[in-house]
Design a protein. Structure first.
Length: 242
């Protein structure tokens, strides 16, 4: 039996993901910040461009539908972690809904995009937690612990800055793709966005925007610095939260 167009697309997806994983692994192993940033930005841009090309090639195929993926979002600092997942999802044309009492989030999107979200979230959460723990305990001038507020603000800032970086890479990929696909690009991507939103609305008819407050300026500043240095790679299991 000859391979179908769907089979060929999946084969391309697997090869692309292997290439992205390779870029991210190199980014994690290098000791040079500039090289790590270039490699990881390239990984995000490559995946974003592939997602666009995949959408243009797939067209209105019946088997190409928006799906979902459940990811754990556990305490401590579950709300800032959910913020991080949300910005990663949006940068990759997905939507995330966090369900606190289940300690998980459901991400809606097309398969190729969901895989990228899972890769990025796992890696960035490892790096954020490592940098946060490395900052150590925080004590104010009166000897009172400020560790919890520091870490919560750290992760919120980290998420905000990572979102900026990922959106920049995705925008660059979209601009590049527009030169190839022309006017046909916008309606195709808009239609896929609608499918993703429809899948989310079907599963979660009522959602509420997440709100978070920052109570520690030092944590916010430290989180932004850590996000600028993040390699966006696939790392080891999470170190223990404190």
């Amino acid at each position: 039996m000859e391979p179908t167009e769907a089979d060929e697309l999946r084969d391309i997806d697997r090869k692309l993901l292997d290439r992205v994983r390779g870029l991210l692994a190199k980014a994690e192993s290098t000791t040079f910040e500039a090289e790590a940033e270039a490699l990881t930005a390239k990984a995000q841009q490559l995946m974003a461009r592939h997602s666009i090309d995949h959408a243009m090639l797939a067209g209105p195929r019946a088997d190409e539908i928006a799906g979902s993926l459940d990811l754990a979002v556990a305490n401590p600092y579950a709300s800032p972690k959910a913020s991080l997942l949300g910005v990663i999802a949006r940068a990759n044309r997905c939507e995330a809904v966090w369900t606190p009492h289940l300690r998980q989030a459901t991400v809606f999107g097309f398969e190729v995009d969901l895989e990228m979200v899972e890769l990025m979230y796992t890696s960035l959460l490892v790096q954020a937690t490592s940098a946060m723990v490395a900052a150590g305990a925080q004590i104010d001038q009166h000897g009172r612990s400020r560790t919890r507020s520091f870490r919560s603000s750290f992760l919120l800032s980290y998420a905000a800055r990572i979102g900026e970086r990922l959106r920049q890479a995705t925008a660059a990929a979209a601009q590049e793709a527009e030169a190839t696909h022309g006017a046909a690009l916008v309606p195709v991507l808009a239609e896929r966005d609608e499918h993703v939103k429809a899948a989310m609305a079907k599963a979660f008819p009522v959602t509420r925007a997440q709100r978070a407050s920052v109570s520690n300026g030092s944590g916010w500043r430290a989180g932004r610095v850590a996000a600028d240095q993040a390699q966006l790679g696939v790392g080891p299991s999470l170190p223990g939260d404190r």
